[in-house]
Design a protein around this ligand. Structure first.
Ligand code: C2E
Ligand code: CA
Ligand code: CA
Length: 573
């Protein structure tokens, strides 16, 4: 049982209490190959040590006849103590008759002096510890055969057990150590290499935490849990591990990150502490600059909030709480701006939480795949809206819908969108598709395939947020698109920053060169509008004209445009 204690960088502690030095040394010698041995020369010292040791002792070997406090007094003290009553005690005595008495006082076994057979004594200690721990640790397999660290079940049981004897003098951290891209190592280099990486990490952890109270387990494929003395910083640990793993695998490159739930207390169950440390880690996953993340109560609130959104989304779609707003896009090159089309933007009007903006739930639903369901719902609403307006006003306002980077993995996205045209008797040019530029970085091949299929059905493709990523030019060469939608950031800065202005000009030129039209979004002021018009930008979307509004309100823009058209006709007559 104790061999794994050594491999996990931690031996069980045994306290030998005897007033005679020679006895302490004798017993100590027998045990110190297997245990971390401490010594006390009388009962009072023993109790002080028992009370103050962070993880307590796994076993006490106790002499009965001692000055200051006798062995029996120590036994009585321990039995009365909440913290110490579970620590097993083996009494060491030359007096056979003392056996019954000491057992009455709580000893679990005894060995007689003089000490003869070291193996027997060792075996007895081992058995006593085992019995006492088995009361707590019932089913769990102890050790992960690959890393030599604890298994997760055993790890948690063991923490609970040591915490039972913990005097609260030192605070502990729950730490999640993650190897990012670990699956790539397995895929690219094979499982054997992956196993080597895990073994390296386990060895590193053993080494790095050698001098502090710590246990570790191999919790998931690419994740280790560490329960250790509180530290001010974990960056040194990340850095050392990162460096050492980089030596082992340069390509694919692996990243080491840590999530921490600092200063575990006994109010929050330890499993929950690790869940929270993991949550902290997950939150920094997409940010390569951050190596260590701490759990905080805001994170907790956010997680609860997210869970609520996930739980409520189905009902929200059924109840009509998920609404589609429309933001007009205007053609600006004529004498007066004319309504050209609209962008469908989702809004969630939650009965308890109020209006939730897409920035708060789209990334969440992208991370768990729910986005596909939500987007399908929105696209269907948008298609139906085009038909409603056409039926009401006799004109078609084309609507563009947003297609998430996750949606492109839907094997039937083309079928679904095509089906909507049939349902509402629309032309494929009535329903336009906005795909964010960054989808290209995710999976260029799939994106190109989807775009080609959609275009062959007649759909127009708008490249959204153009210029926000790094792959733009490269991408333009390989993706056939119909409209470039310039990233809002250029417009925001173009009047104060010469570079942004030049980039706006450049994007407009690129669009001309590609013979596609260009939309500037985020246009808020008249001067921005004029500037863009002067540069030859064709379409504009932004607060200057209107933010996204519910369809009832959008009707006013359609009516105004119909009046403008009639006026123009009147003039031309
Ligand atoms: P986006 O596609 O780039 O949409 C433009 C965002 O800019 C919208 O934010 C819009 O309300 C906002 N906006 C429009 N004009 C102005 C302006 O003049 N100034 C400023 N500062 N902002 C302006 P919104 O509606 O909060 O949407 C945010 C993002 O959420 C969208 O960015 C899009 O990526 C995503 N999204 C919205 N609706 C959907 C949807 O139905 N499906 C998917 N997959 N994503 C959506
Ligand atoms: Ca968009
Ligand atoms: Ca955009």
């Amino acid at each position: 049982m104790d061999s794994f204690m050594k491999t996990s960088g931690l031996k069980r502690r045994v306290l030998i209490v005897d007033d005679e030095l020679v006895n302490r040394m004798l017993v100590g010698n027998m045990l110190d190959s297997e245990y971390d041995v401490a010594y006390a020369e009388d009962g009072k010292v023993a109790i002080d040590m028992l009370e103050n040791e962070k993880f307590g002792f796994s076993l006490v070997l106790l002499d009965l006849m001692m000055p200051v406090l006798s062995g029996i007094e120590v036994l009585d003290y321990m039995r009365a103590s909440e913290r110490l009553h579970g620590v097993p005690v083996i009494v060491m005595t030359s007096d056979k008759d003392a056996e019954v008495n000491s057992i009455k006082h709580g000893a679990v076994d005894f060995i007689t002096k003089p000490f003869h057979l070291p193996e027997v004594i060792l075996a007895r200690c081992e058995r006593v510890i085992e019995l006492s721990e088995d009361k707590h640790i019932i089913h769990s397999a102890e050790k992960d055969s690959l890393t030599g660290l604890y298994t997760k079940d055993f790890f948690f049981e063991y923490i609970k057990q040591v915490e039972h004897y913990n005097s609260d003098t030192q605070s502990m951290d729950a730490v999640v150590f993650a190897i990012e891209n670990f699956h790539l190592i397995n895929e690219v280099c094979g499982r054997e290499k992956g196993n080597d990486v895990l073994k390296t990490v386990a060895d590193l952890l053993r080494k790095l935490f050698k001098n502090s109270a710590a246990f570790a387990c191999h919790a998931e494929d690419d994740m280790f849990y560490i329960y250790c003395n509180h530290r001010e910083s974990y960056t040194d640990i990340v850095d050392i591990c990162q460096e050492s793993l980089e030596e082992q695998s340069r390509s694919p490159k692996i990243f080491v990150r840590i999530g921490v739930y600092a200063e575990v207390n006994d109010v929050v169950p330890v499993e929950t502490c690790f869940e929270r440390a993991k949550l902290a880690y997950t939150r920094i996953k997409s940010d390569y600059t951050q190596k260590v993340a701490y759990y905080s109560s805001e994170l907790y609130e956010k997680a609860i909030y997210n869970e609520r959104l996930i739980a409520d989304i189905d009902d929200a779609m059924q109840n009509g709480d998920i609404r589609v707003y429309y933001q007009p896009k205007y053609a600006i090159q004529g004498k007066t701006p004319r309504l050209r089309s609209a962008e469908a933007l989702v809004r969630w009007i939650h009965p308890d939480l109020g209006m939730i903006s897409p920035g708060d739930f789209i990334p969440l639903f992208e991370s768990n795949g729910l986005i596909q369901k939500v987007d399908n719902y929105i696209w269907r609403q948008a298609a139906a809206q085009i038909k409603t307006w056409r039926d009401t006003y006799g004109v078609t306002v084309p609507v563009s819908v947003n297609v998430s980077r996750i949606d492109i993995y839907d094997p039937d996205i083309e079928g679904f969108l095509g089906g909507l045209l049939v349902e509402d008797d629309l032309k494929s040019s009535d329903l336009m598709i906005e795909i964010t530029e960054s989808a290209y970085a995710d999976n260029a091949q799939r994106l190109i395939e989807v775009i080609n299929n959609l275009r062959s059905q007649g759909f127009l493709i708008e490249m959204d947020d153009f210029g926000s990523g790094y792959s733009s030019l490269n991408m333009l060469a390989s993706i056939p698109i119909d409209v470039l939608k310039m990233d809002m950031a250029f417009i925001r800065n173009m009047e104060t920053d010469e570079k942004s202005l030049r980039l706006v000009r450049l994007v407009i030129d690129i669009a001309k060169f590609l013979e596609v039209s260009v939309v500037a979004e985020g246009v808020e002021t008249k001067s921005q509008l004029e500037l863009l018009k002067g540069m030859g930008c064709e379409y504009v979307q932004g607060y200057y004209f209107s933010g996204p509004v519910p369809p009832e309100k959008f009707a006013a823009f359609i009516e105004a445009d119909i009046r403008a058209k009639q006026k123009e006709r009147g003039k031309n007559r």
